[in-house]
Design a protein around this ligand. Structure first.
Ligand SMILES: [Fe+2]
Length: 292
């Protein structure tokens, strides 16, 4: 089972005792979840009004900050600029935390995207493929990663309610279970999807496998029920980090979450042999991403 490792840090820009950085690196690159119960994102008095699903525009899944632009939110211009400032402050905190814990990742934290999720984790009426209360690895149909990692920093900003996840078995166990069920893509389909702009770049063999691991696991209700898993509670104020392309996770309940996504090339890792790309190439005996 992936390990859940708690570290008793109390700041976004912590001074780390010897050995702490190494344990953080091991926890996260081995496919665990690093939990920081005392690293809290504190709302100002005025910002507390943002703890409401009213701010969501009703179309986008989340409110997101892309560069300096806030998307998916509605409200008066002054409110939206204060909301933008709050999400930007979280983006800076999360970036500084990642740099403190994992200095090797520092060059990549600038390209990040940030989201504020004011809606309840569950309750939206969605198809099984989009149902994130089913265990899954993050893989997105329109965004091929070509092996790039998806590191995410989450903060439960609900003052009263836990965020609850289920966490499943290791990436290698998931891959061993589902790889035999994955068929090759139709010849030429990656080029067609890219030409039609359904994908932002051609899907690599790696992306094909990752999307299929996501889908085959989500559609298999017996697997969802019976696979090795544990329920993890993230208390109000807690912050946690994981590679969401590697950790099987399902959001079971909670409301009000801030989240930062950082894309990392495999070469940025301390140990690239632990990446999903390396594991899938070992298990399939194939090169899954063309040299670029
Ligand atoms: Fe996810």
């Amino acid at each position: 089972m992936p390990s859940i490792v708690a570290l008793d840090l109390d700041a976004w820009r912590p001074t780390l005792a010897p050995g702490v950085q190494e344990s953080a690196v091991h926890a996260i690159e081995d496919g665990g979840v690093l939990v920081l119960p005392r690293v809290n994102f504190v709302f100002t008095e005025r910002e507390r009004r943002f703890l409401s699903s009213e701010w969501s525009d009703g179309h986008a899944k989340h409110i997101s900050l892309d560069g300096t632009r806030l998307k998916g939110a509605r409200g008066a211009p002054r409110d939206l600029s204060e909301l933008t400032a709050m999400v930007t402050r979280f983006a800076r905190d999360a970036a500084d935390l990642v740099v403190a814990l994992f200095p090797r990742y520092a060059p990549y934290v600038q390209r990040a995207r940030t989201s504020f999720r004011p809606e309840p984790a569950v309750g939206r009426n969605v198809s099984w493929r989009k149902d994130d209360s089913r265990l899954h690895l993050d893989a997105f149909p329109s965004r091929p990663t070509h092996g790039e990692r998806i590191l995410r920093v989450f903060s439960n900003v609900n003052p009263a309610q836990d965020r609850v996840w289920r966490v499943g078995e290791s990436f290698e166990a998931v891959a061993r279970t589902f790889l035999p069920r994955i068929r090759d893509p139709l010849p030429g389909s990656a080029a067609v999807l890219a030409a039609l702009r359904i994908t932002k770049s051609p899907r690599s063999a790696y992306d094909h496998l990752m999307l299929n691991l996501h889908d085959r696991a989500k559609e298999d209700l017996a697997y969802q029920r019976d696979c090795a898993q544990e329920v993890v509670h993230f208390a109000p104020g807690a912050t946690w980090l994981c590679f969401s392309d590697q950790v099987m996770h399902a959001a079971m309940s909670g409301q009000y979450l801030l989240e930062q996504t950082i894309h990392l090339p495999v070469t940025a890792l301390y140990d690239s042999a632990k990446a999903p790309l390396a594991i899938l190439e070992r298990l399939t005996g194939r090169t899954l991403v063309a040299a670029r």
